[in-house]
Design a binder for this molecule. Structure first.
Ligand SMILES: Nc1ncnc2c1ncn2[C@@H]1O[C@H](COP(=O)(O)OP(=O)(O)OP(=O)(O)O)[C@@H](O)[C@H]1O
Ligand SMILES: [Mg+2]
Length: 301
């Protein structure tokens, strides 16, 4: 599904490569976490897959497509086959939840009839069936991220990649978003997620790939835990909620139970949430168009 073969990428002016001889194979329907310190090369690796950046050397094959041979004019079409979710949601602020999802289908050439049928199903899947007429700033961060996930999966991509999708969320909401990504994976989508969030990685115990200075230093294919070092035999994991360690093997950081951290970081109170919405609403322009998406004169943001 995703194959990187000896991929190296150095940005102009940088002293060292952002990706340094990275080889990686991800099978269909895998769920993979990509971890590493800031600057390790995680986002650059995702940009290789979306073809936002090209490697200096090495080969990349995604879903059987050799990216070396993807012509410039075919890139938008290629990108539509991959769902992408960002930390900051990147929603269209002047469009409703329904329209944000519909827009992704519209630019993919889907008919209005199909769009009207598809969007409610996707919103149902992400738990937003009753929020279709809201605008992004009327939603919580977690709900906005659900919209962004709905938009990413609406065209039923084979691969979903998410760059720190929980980076702006409180701990309980983070877990909900990861559970949603897991559900999408269960439906047959290959999912690749970058994160700094130790608790969600350790909760899911999926494959965990660690990057350091542009190199893969650890690839725990099963029962992976969050680690930033290379001390890994590919077998480490949890048993009965406790990390398994071999004699002499150390974990990069002590792992606390998820529940303890959930208590420590509480979500915003209803009053805080209400205040944020009022402030956000006051920033919104007073008038909005309610014309259908394809109406003449409707401005595409
Ligand atoms: N457009 C760019 N131009 C020059 N250097 C870049 C560019 N983008 C990234 N880099 C460099 O490449 C390296 C890898 O960056 P990248 O954004 O992939 O890291 P990351 O692991 O995603 O970090 P973070 O966890 O902070 O998001 C860093 O040294 C960064 O400074
Ligand atoms: Mg990044």
């Amino acid at each position: 599904m995703i194959l990187l073969d000896h991929v190296t990428k150095q940005y102009p002016g940088d002293k060292r490569p952002a990706l340094d001889d990275v080889s990686l194979h991800i099978s269909p329907n895998e769920f993979v976490f990509l971890v590493g310190k800031s600057g390790a090369g995680k986002s650059t690796l995702l940009k290789m897959i979306t073809k936002e950046e090209s490697p200096d050397s090495g080969k990349i094959i995604i879903g059987g497509i050799d990216l070396d041979y993807t012509k410039k004019k075919d890139i938008p079409n290629y990108r539509r086959r991959i769902g992408v979710v960002f930390q900051d949601y990147k929603l269209l602020p002047a469009r409703t939840v329904f329209e944000n999802v519909a827009f992704a289908l519209e630019i993919a050439g889907m008919s209005n009839y199909e769009i009207e049928k598809t969007v409610p199903k996707v919103l149902e899947l992400v738990g937003l069936a009753d929020k279709g007429s809201k605008f992004p700033d009327q939603l919580s961060g977690g709900e906005q991220q659900r919209v962004s996930i709905a938009r990413a999966i609406a065209r039923q991509p084979k691969v979903l990649i998410a760059d720190e999708p929980t980076g702006n969320l409180d701990v309980l909401t983070r877990q909900e978003i990861i559970d949603l990504l897991k559900k999408i994976n269960d439906y047959g989508t290959t999912v690749l997620v970058t994160t700094h969030d130790e608790s969600i990685v350790n909760h899911l115990m999926k494959r965990v790939i660690t990057l350091k200075d542009g190199k893969i230093i650890s690839d725990q294919k099963q029962h992976g835990i969050y680690r930033l070092d290379s001390d890994n035999d590919g077998m480490s994991g949890f048993h009965n909620g406790r990390p398994i360690r071999k004699p002499g093997q150390s974990l990069s950081r002590p792992v606390r139970p998820v529940a303890a951290r959930q208590v420590a970081a509480r979500p915003a109170t209803p009053r805080q949430t209400a205040t944020r919405r009022v402030v956000a609403a006051s920033k919104r322009p007073a008038t909005r168009t309610n014309k259908p998406l394809n109406a003449p004169g409707r401005r595409v943001v």
